[in-house]
Design a protein around this ligand. Structure first.
Ligand code: ZN
Length: 498
C-alpha cells in the first residue's frame, strides 16, 4: 500500500470535516458573517496538503515563500516546523506555552465542535490568538482583518493537531527511556543522516550539508543532484560530488554500534534508514533487519543493460570523479562489429548523440546499440528522484513490523522525508516512541525527547543500561550531563561534561 498517499487522503478528509463543521458551528453564534471556506482552497498547497506558515522566533512576520523548501518530499515544510520552545516567547498576542498545552488538551477532550463553542464562539479567545496554540503564526497579509478571516487557518490548525499522535503521559524521564529499552523486544529504529555526520559524511540540508556544498554547480534545485533525468543526461554532475558520500576508510559511528548492540541483544525488529552510505552493513546490521529506504551504494547497476555489481567495484571511479562504465556493455561492444554504413551515419549525427539517446525514450536496446556504441553508465542503486521507492519498505512495515513493534526509536532525522516520515504515524499510537537528535521537532509528539549529539546520547543510554558500547569515539572518562529543559516534562538535553 502507498502509506504516503493514504496519509494525504486522511489529512484532507480531516481538513474538510473541520472546515464544514466550522461553517455551521461558528456562524450560528453571531448570526452574521460565516468564515470564508473558499479561503481554504486559496491556501498554498503541495500535493493536496495545505501549506501553513509556522511561528518562528526569528521570523519577521512575513509569509515565507512556500516554494523554497529544500525537501526530498512533498511533506517537508507542510507539517509543523517550529518548535514549542520558541513559540510564544514574549508575544502578548500569542498563547503562552502552558495555555497552548491546555487548549490542545481541551481540543482532544471536547472534540472540535465543543472546543470551538467554548473558545472562539463563546468569545473567550480570538481565532487569531488561538491559532498560535497550534503553532500557526497569524500571517502578515491578514493584519487588520476581522477575526473571522482567521477561521479557515484555525480549522487547519485544529485538523492538523487532531491528526497528531498523542504523547503517552507515562513516559517522560531518562529512566523511563532506559526501562523501555530494557523491556522491549521488537524495537524499530529509524535513522537519518544525523547518525553518520560524526564520520564526516555530510547530511543534506544543514549549513555544511551536501546541498550547500554543491552551490557552485549552479543548480536551480539542489535536489537535481539526485534527479534521474539529469543523471541520464549528464552523469558527470553526480560523479563530481558522489565521492563525499563514500568513506575513505571503513568506519561506523557509536550510534551504528548502538543499533548493532540492540540487534545482539535480540531487541532489533527493523532498522529503517534514510541513509545511502551503507554503513549499517559495515556495523553488522543483518540484511534481514535492515531496510535502506532510499537504496544504497552497496550495489550499482548499469542504466542501460541493468548489469549489477558490488558497489565497491565502482568506488575507484567515484573517488577519482570518473564516470564508471558497465563492464558487460564494454565486453559486448568489443564483440560488436559495426557495419560501415552505420559508422558513417553515426559520424553525421555525432553531435546529436546525447539528445537522441535520452529524448527518444527508446527501449529498443538493439537500436541503441547501433546508434550509440558506448558502454552504459553505472549508477549506485540509490533511489533517485523519478524512481520508485523499493517495495520492500511498505511490505515490511505493513506485513511484518506493524503488529510486532513494541518501541520506536528515531535517531538523527527530522522525519520530514517520506517514506521514513510515514512510519511513525502509521504505527499504532500506543507504541512508545522516543526521539534522539540535536533539535526537537514539533510535527510529531514523541513520548521522550533525548536531545544532543546522537553518539553522546546513545553512549549515556548504554552506560545506564549497563551495556558495553565499545567504540573509539566514545570517551571512557567523560560522561554526559543531562538536563531537563525548562517547561517540559520529557525533553532532555545531553552534553558532554568538560
Ligand atoms: Zn551495461
Amino acid at each position: 500500500m502507498d502509506v504516503a498517499m493514504s496519509r494525504v487522503g486522511s489529512m484532507q478528509t480531516a481538513i474538510n470535516d473541520v472546515a464544514s463543521y466550522q461553517l455551521v458551528g461558528l456562524s450560528d453564534s453571531d448570526g452574521s458573517k460565516s468564515p470564508d471556506v473558499d479561503a481554504l482552497a486559496a491556501l498554498p498547497r503541495v500535493n493536496g496538503v495545505n501549506m501553513v506558515q509556522e511561528i518562528d522566533a526569528s521570523d519577521d512576520g512575513s509569509l515565507e515563500d512556500s516554494d523554497d523548501d529544500d525537501d526530498l518530499s512533498a511533506f517537508e515544510g507542510t507539517l509543523g516546523e517550529m518548535d514549542d520552545q520558541h513559540l510564544f516567547a514574549g508575544d502578548p498576542e500569542a498563547c503562552t506555552y502552558d495555555e497552548a498545552i491546555q487548549y490542545r488538551n481541551d481540543l482532544r477532550t471536547f472534540g472540535p465542535a465543543e472546543f470551538c463553542a467554548r473558545t472562539v464562539e463563546a468569545g473567550a479567545i480570538s481565532a487569531k490568538k488561538l491559532l498560535t496554540a497550534f503553532n500557526i503564526k497569524p500571517p502578515a497579509f491578514l493584519k487588520g482583518a476581522s477575526d473571522d478571516a482567521y477561521y479557515s487557518l484555525l480549522s487547519l490548525g485544529i485538523s492538523r493537531e487532531l491528526s497528531k499522535r498523542i504523547k503517552l503521559p507515562q513516559y517522560n524521564t531518562i529512566e523511563d527511556a532506559v526501562d523501555l529499552i530494557k523491556k522491549s523486544k521488537n524495537i524499530i529504529v529509524l535513522t537519518g543522516a544525523g547518525i553518520s555526520t560524526s564520520l564526516g559524511i555530510p547530511d543534506f540540508r544543514s549549513k555544511n550539508g551536501l546541498y550547500s556544498m554543491t552551490g557552485h554547480l549552479g543548480l536551480d534545485d539542489p535536489q537535481d543532484l539526485f534527479s534521474l533525468e539529469i543523471f541520464k543526461e549528464d552523469p558527470a554532475l553526480f560523479y563530481s560530488f558522489a565521492h563525499v558520500i563514500i568513506q575513505e576508510h571503513a568506519a561506523f559511528s557509536p550510534t551504528h554500534a548502538f543499533i548493532h548492540l540492540l540487534q545482539q541483544k535480540g531487541k532489533l525488529l527493523t532498522n529503517y534508514t534514510q541513509n545511502i552510505d551503507n554503513i549499517e552493513q559495515l556495523a553488522g546490521i543483518l540484511p534481514e533487519k535492515l531496510i535502506q529506504c532510499h537504496g544504497s551504494f552497496a550495489t550499482a547497476s548499469c542504466i542501460r543493460c541493468k548489469h549489477q555489481v558490488e558497489g565497491v567495484q565502482i568506488y575507484p571511479d567515484i573517488r577519482a570523479k570518473r564516470i564508471p562504465r558497465c563492464d558487460k556493455c564494454i565486453a559486448s561492444l568489443r564483440n560488436l562489429k559495426v557495419p560501415n554504413g552505420m559508422k558513417r551515419k553515426r559520424s553525421q549525427n555525432g553531435t546529436d548523440k546525447k539528445r537522441r539517446r535520452f529524448d527518444s525514450n527508446s527501449d529498443s536496446e538493439d537500436e541503441e546499440d547501433f546508434d550509440i556504441p558506448e558502454a552504459g553508465v553505472m549508477k549506485p542503486d540509490i533511489t533517485f528522484f523519478g524512481e520508485p521507492l523499493p517495495d520492500i519498505f511498505s511490505e515490511r512495515l505493513t506485513n511484518h513490523d506493524k503488529d510486532k513493534v513494541d518501541l520506536v526509536i528515531v535517531i538523527g532525522t527530522s522525519l520530514k522525508v517520506a517514506p521514513v516520515s510515514e512510519v511513525v504515524p502509521y504505527l499504532p499510537s500506543n507504541i512508545p516512541q522516543m526521539y534522539i537528535s540535536r533539535d526537537p521537532v514539533s510535527h510529531v509528539n514523541f513520548d521522550i525527547d533525548l536531545l544532543g549529539d546522537a553518539d553522546v546520547v546513545v553512549a549515556e543510554l548504554c552506560r545506564r543500561l549497563d551495556w558495553e558500547l565499545n567504540h573509539d569515539m566514545v570517551p571512557k572518562d567523560k560522561f554526559a550531563e543531562v538536563t531537563l529543559q525548562e517547561g517540559f516534562t520529557s525533553r532532555h538535553r545531553f552534553t558532554i561534561k568538560q
